[in-house]
Design a protein around this ligand. Structure first.
Ligand SMILES: [Zn+2]
Length: 306
């Protein structure tokens, strides 16, 4: 796809329900806004470098709740987050106190789900963290974002669904993410929401996504870029919308998948604040991107914080 025109931008509103903006640049924010992205949810996850103390998580969570929404706001994008001890780091016993820290964070505005939780290598430590955090989601009446493992997808998804069922959480409060053709049927039958991460050249691409939408419909479907510090592209949500239109889906169906579905899913938290975000005729969409005045904790974006 080429660079979207301003006219096309005005008619496609996009909510990326899973993107790690902490590892993206201001140029990404600018390009996303120009492509129609007006809202994002940033799940707490692994940062590449393993953390060695629970305090590192506190600082990270505070960043997801403070600095990153401020940064997104400079580009007219509404930012929310999900909070959790991720599956990979759940294997480090030094980090177990993070689980005790979570209730304090789950009570905060702009935390719209517990996540990412689930399995990475399917160890007993991961299962303990997964089940404990599903219980927290139930207790705090929050949705849960469940990462399905990239290896042994079908088996890992089955095991994830077993833990979800065991927890007693309403499946309508759960999204199973990183699904593909192998796992979509299990997820559809479970009553959970179905999340698909679109990648530049592996796993799942816009055309494969379109074929899944044709077969399974648009209900309970969430499409995200999952962009982070790895090889990824924050504009693949937009590319999927374009691929849907090219395949004959109507603009209303694109809007449902790329905007109304994430609003409905995360709206169950009661904490989505979208203000004018996504208004196709509103000033937010037409605002010139770029850092306006303002600061967070005494720091502005003007010098890149250097
Ligand atoms: Zn992720």
């Amino acid at each position: 796809m080429g660079v979207p025109s301003r006219k096309a931008t005005a008619t496609m509103r996009i909510f990326d329900p899973h993107i790690h903006m902490t590892s993206r640049t201001t140029a990404d924010y600018q390009a996303m806004r120009a492509a129609g992205v007006a809202a994002v949810v940033e799940p707490a996850f692994w940062l590449g470098q393993p953390r060695t103390s629970p305090e590192s998580f506190a600082d990270y969570f505070d960043g997801l709740l403070g600095w990153e929404p401020f940064r997104a706001g400079q580009y007219g994008i509404s930012h929310h987050c999900t909070i959790a001890l991720n599956p990979k780091e759940a294997n480090d016993p030094r980090l177990l106190p993070v689980l005790e820290m979570l209730p304090r964070y789950l009570a905060k505005d702009r935390v719209v789900a517990v996540g990412e939780i689930g399995f990475d290598s399917a160890t007993p430590a991961e299962e303990h963290a997964f089940a404990t955090q599903l219980a927290l989601a139930v207790e705090h009446e929050l949705p849960a974002l469940v990462h399905t493992p990239h290896r042994d997808k079908a088996g890992g998804t089955d095991r994830s669904l077993a833990v979800v069922r065991e927890s007693g959480i309403d499946p309508g409060f759960v999204v199973l993410d990183h699904l593909n053709e192998m796992t979509v049927r299990q997820a559809a039958d479970s009553g959970c929401w179905m999340g698909f991460s679109i990648y530049p050249d592996t796993k799942m691409d816009p055309d494969r996504m379109v074929r899944i939408l044709r077969e399974y419909g648009t209900e309970r479907m969430l499409v995200n870029s999952a962009a982070d510090w790895g090889h990824s592209d924050p504009l693949l949500t937009r590319a999927t919308g374009e691929a849907m239109l090219a395949a004959g889906f109507g603009a209303d169906e694109v809007d449902r998948v790329l905007w109304r579905n994430p609003v409905e899913f995360y709206g169950q938290s009661g904490r989505l604040e979208l203000e004018g975000a996504g208004d196709t005729d509103g000033t937010a969409a037409d605002a010139e991107p770029g850092p306006p005045p303002g600061s967070y904790a005494g720091n502005s974006l003007l010098r890149g914080g250097g």
